[in-house]
Ligand binder design. Structure first.
Ligand code: V0D
Length: 263
């Protein structure tokens, strides 16, 4: 018998039991009055997870979709209002064609398995990023998925698809120039006006950014919106990210906020 942290560990079963105890304790310790309103996640490490297990990279992405499902459920349970997930960056087109093709099949797989639950839980799916440059079929899939949940009033699940923050800012600037040229806006522009030209128009900025798999970078994600966000990093690869990690991140966020409150 191995003793770890005071608890007996008898193989898998006990590890799972310890994990569910830990989850239970974490859930009880979440301050329901101070849950971050908007959480953004960079879901990194799917390929590395698979390669290190001797599996094909797709297997990491496939498992990653299951982690998305668990994360959405938990976020909804604890009362997170907006969950923004970085699914595909403008740079990801440079990956091998077969991998891009596989990734592009995931939104359809996701909606086939998750849409009924999203609807029953009143979750509204939205998209940020340059949808105009997605393959027609993928664009239709994601537009249909967001249309099917358009009138939902619960958690906003925001997928960043073909998203890059500098590209988003340039699209905003160009829309702004168009509106200035046609006289729709006049004179100088303030921060609020500018932010309403971004894809996240009307949404509050993220309170918390989570990035998995050990990289400590923003990687062209929500550059404007993350100005004051708390950052939380974990070495865990996205397919191994669990509700326990989400609860840990939220708990850590709540401790930081409380310390700031006392200053
Ligand atoms: C792979 C880990 C959900 C990150 C999660 C197109 C990389 C699983 C979606 C999804 C991907 C996107 C839009 C939407 C509904 C679902 C997704 C991609 C990759 C790239 F409206 N997971 N997911 N999209 N992965």
């Amino acid at each position: 018998m191995i003793r770890k942290g005071g608890a007996a560990v008898f193989g898998r079963w006990s590890l799972d039991l310890n994990n569910s105890r830990r989850e239970e304790v974490l859930r009880q310790n979440i301050d329901t009055g101070k849950v971050p309103r908007h959480v953004a996640i960079i879901m990194d490490g799917n390929g590395r997870w698979a390669v290190e297990k001797g599996l094909p990279r797709q297997e990491g992405h496939r498992q990653g979709v299951e982690t998305v499902r668990d994360t959405v459920r938990c976020a909804n349970d604890i009362g997170i209002g907006i969950l923004t997930m970085f699914a595909f960056s403008t740079e990801n087109w440079q990956r091998p064609t077969w991998e891009v093709n596989y990734l592009m099949s995931l939104p359809q797989k996701y909606f086939e398995s998750e849409l009924p639950e999203l609807i029953s839980k009143n979750v509204q799916v939205r998209l940020i990023g340059d949808a105009a440059r997605l393959p027609r079929k993928v664009r239709k899939t994601v537009e249909d998925g967001s249309k099917a949940t358009r009138h939902n009033t619960g958690m906003i699940l925001n997928f960043a698809l073909n998203y890059g923050s500098r590209s988003e800012i340039m699209r905003a600037v160009n829309k702004l120039l168009d509106d200035a040229a046609t006289g729709k806006i006049k004179g100088q522009v303030d921060e609020k006006t500018f932010s309403d030209y971004l894809d996240t128009a009307e949404l509050p900025d993220p309170d918390l950014l989570i990035r998995t798999s050990g990289e400590k970078r923003i990687s062209n994600f929500l550059l404007w919106q993350l100005a004051y966000s708390e950052l939380w990093f974990t070495n865990v690869y996205w397919p191994d990210f669990s509700t326990v990690h989400l609860l840990e991140a939220v708990h850590d966020y709540q401790m930081r906020k409380r310390r700031f409150g006392k200053l």
